[in-house]
Design a binder for this molecule. Structure first.
Ligand code: FUB
Ligand code: ZN
Length: 653
């Protein structure tokens, strides 16, 4: 009797343990190698990146600067390093962009360049696996002695490039280089009492990718080791040292962090890597910490464009609600980082609010970093300009161009997800995907004209009829939730939408869960789900705490944030106040060759009178264009947040 009772208790406990054990991920994103993007909006951008942006990256990396030459010299043990110690990473990021690009835009010339570069990189690797041209061509005895020198940052980008290139082409030469380097770092770092942490996070992401492709648990352990080194203050801070613990997220152990601090790109890469480790190890402490940090970012420290890091001084965060528009730093890489982190948070929670933020950063803060011609870039992405800003062909510190290129070329990574009983549709991007759900092959085809209209047709064709759930994201903006936490909110009469879904033309039953519509069905070849999200123009206000936006409004339609640029408004964007009672129209418009939906309304344009002694106000039609398209027609004034009143300030001089 006792034996039976004990066994029942043990079985019950085991069951309890099993049922308490949530899967770490709700689903896994489908990677770019299984998705062909056919979209009206994104495909031209992918093609442009494949040609113009990659051409710029290749030219700047190999011809105009000695980034590639550094590898050639390192292989020959001759010559001096020229450049900055993180320049190797630009080569790796460009290679990663090439890898994604080859999927949607096969190009023998690009593949040949990639192969040639991989040859140089492999030749530059030291016999013990070390690879960093700055130290190889400099003082090798100093390697791994100074945390701010980006050795592990460079290594992380190499690992990401290697996995992407392997996924895209099946070729493993670069992967083997990355493995050898990861093994070297593992034996160098994961030893007793090692006083090290990474001065610029990134390696955590790379190691986790390497772990997933090789199955070698050492890489997951090493990634976790790097995360755990933070908050131990293994770096001895000197009095007056410019680097502070907050700057590189070293104030507290990651599991205890609640606030976003310091350098924005570093923070985004840290939390992306931490999310990867949390997913692999089901680490609840990391998850809880990241949820709090995420709220600190989104509730108090994010721009309407999804850009982050308001200050150029530390390329990062300052104090809550400190979100100036003209001085906004908003590095392109930081918005790319928001995409990386939010995608992972969504996988881990199944909550669409993370994709809402991802979409905001993607279509606005990040995309603004790339010109419509593909060969000019923004490093910072301000929300107002007095006409001094200009896009550049390249930068001394050139992290942004290849970063935005890899994001656009790899957009296929962010559209779909699967687990063994469901398909997840996160972004609305025309595409064909070949997926597997519970051992059934499923072809998915999406057609849409998003982000200009919200109609979507989703064709789902399993190889044999199969039961599974389809999760379709209901964007927050359809529910008038501009952003979780209401830092920004809708200010005009816009109806909350009641989403409806048709399966093969008939109204479908669905349940709503964490921002998704979940449609359960036995799907068969050729089934089609159709739906439409209306895209009214929303006038947006910010919380009063954002002093810079006091009495100002911005415009958003669908996921797109708008701005007023001089090029569409008689070369001025700073001399008008919005007419609040005026109608708002949308028109089909073009910025160079980019077809967009523009917004028109009226404003009170203020001008000095001819004798210069009075002000004159005239009502004029003003045009707002998608923020990501500004500054493609020369230097120009621009504002995202328009004043609704002019305030008189008397200046004595
Ligand atoms: O340090 C490498 C990169 O350079 C950072 O991610 C950017 O913010 C820029 O500082
Ligand atoms: Zn950057």
């Amino acid at each position: 009797m006792k034996v039976i009772t004990y066994s029942v208790v043990i079985i019950l406990l085991l069951n309890l343990k099993i049922s308490a054990q949530q899967p770490a991920k709700y689903y896994t994103s489908v990677d770019f190698s299984k998705v062909v993007v056919t979209d009206n909006f994104w495909k031209p951008k992918i093609d442009m990146v494949a040609t113009k942006s990659l051409e710029a990256c290749i030219y700047q990396t190999e011809v105009a600067t000695p980034r590639i030459q550094n590898f050639i010299n390192a292989a020959k043990h001759s010559g001096k390093f020229v450049g900055i110690y993180y320049d190797d990473s630009d080569v790796y990021k460009a290679l990663e962009a090439m890898a994604y690009s080859l999927k949607n835009h096969p190009d023998t010339a690009v593949e040949n360049t990639a192969e040639r570069w991989i040859g140089y990189i492999a030749a530059a690797q030291m016999p013990d696996g070390y690879l960093d041209t700055y130290f190889e061509l400099g003082d090798i005895s100093k390697r791994w002695t100074e945390i701010s020198y980006h050795e592990d940052y460079n290594a992380g980008h190499l690992m990401e490039a290697a996995v992407a290139y392997y996924d895209a082409t099946g070729k493993r030469k670069l992967l083997d280089v990355a493995i050898k380097l990861a093994n070297h770092i593992d034996t160098t770092m994961r030893i007793n009492n090692r006083q090290w942490f990474s001065g610029h996070e990134e390696i955590e992401i790379g190691l986790m990718k390497l772990y997933h492709v090789t199955g070698n648990e050492n890489y997951e352990k090493l990634a976790n080791w790097y995360i755990n080194q933070r908050g131990k203050h293994v770096h001895e801070y000197q009095k007056g040292e410019w680097f502070t613990p907050e700057y590189w997220q070293d104030e507290l152990p990651v599991k205890d962090q609640t606030q976003i601090t310091g350098h924005a790109v570093r923070a985004m890469y840290l939390y992306s890597g931490t999310a990867d480790v949390a997913a692999a190890t089901n680490n609840k402490d990391y998850m809880n910490a990241m949820k709090k940090v995420w709220e600190d970012v989104v509730y108090r420290n994010m721009y309407l464009t999804g850009g982050i890091g308001s200050s150029g001084d530390n390329e990062g965060f300052t104090k809550d609600y400190d979100l100036p528009n003209k001085e906004a730093y908003c590095e392109t890489c930081a918005s790319v980082g928001m995409v990386l982190w939010n995608e992972r948070m969504n996988e881990l929670t199944g909550d669409a609010k993370y994709i809402d933020v991802l979409e905001r950063s993607l279509y606005n803060g990040a995309l603004d970093g790339l010109s419509l011609s593909g060969d000019r870039f923004f490093y910072g992405n301000p929300l107002a300009s007095n006409g001094d800003d200009e896009r550049s062909a390249w930068f001394g510190t050139a992290c942004c161009p290849a970063n935005i290129s890899r994001l656009v070329a790899g957009i296929g990574n962010y559209i779909y997800g699967t687990n063994d009983k469901s398909l997840w549709v996160n972004l609305f991007i025309g595409s064909n995907a070949s997926l597997k759900i519970n051992n059934t092959n499923v072809d998915v085809n999406m057609q849409t004209n998003y982000p200009w209209d919200g109609k979507v047709a989703l064709n789902i064709s399993p190889s044999t009829p199969a039961n599974f759930d389809v999760y379709i994201r209901i964007p927050g903006w359809t529910q008038n939730d501009i952003v979780d936490g209401n830092l920004y909110f809708v200010n005009n009469e816009v109806q909350k939408q009641t989403p409806q879904f048709l399966v093969n033309g008939k109204q479908a039953d669905f349940k709503q869960q964490n921002g998704y519509a979940v449609i359960s069905n036995k799907w068969k070849k050729g089934d089609v789900i159709t739906f439409e999200y209306a895209m009214p123009v929303m006038k947006i206000s910010s919380k009063k705490d954002v002093l810079y936006n006091d009495d100002r409004l911005a415009f958003q339609r669908g996921p797109i944030v708008y701005c007023f640029e001089g090029a569409d408004n008689n070369n001025e964007a700073w001399n008008f106040t919005l007419n609040l009672t005026s109608d708002i129209q949308t028109i089909n418009y073009k910025i160079l060759n980019e077809p967009v939906v523009a917004i028109q309304t009226t404003a009170n344009v203020i001008q000095p009178s001819l004798n210069g002694s009075t002000l004159q106000t005239t009502e004029k039609i003003i045009t707002a264009i998608p923020y990501y398209t500004w500054c493609n027609r020369g230097k120009n004034q621009m504002q995202v947040w328009l004043p609704t009143k002019m305030k008189e300030i008397k200046v004595n001089y």
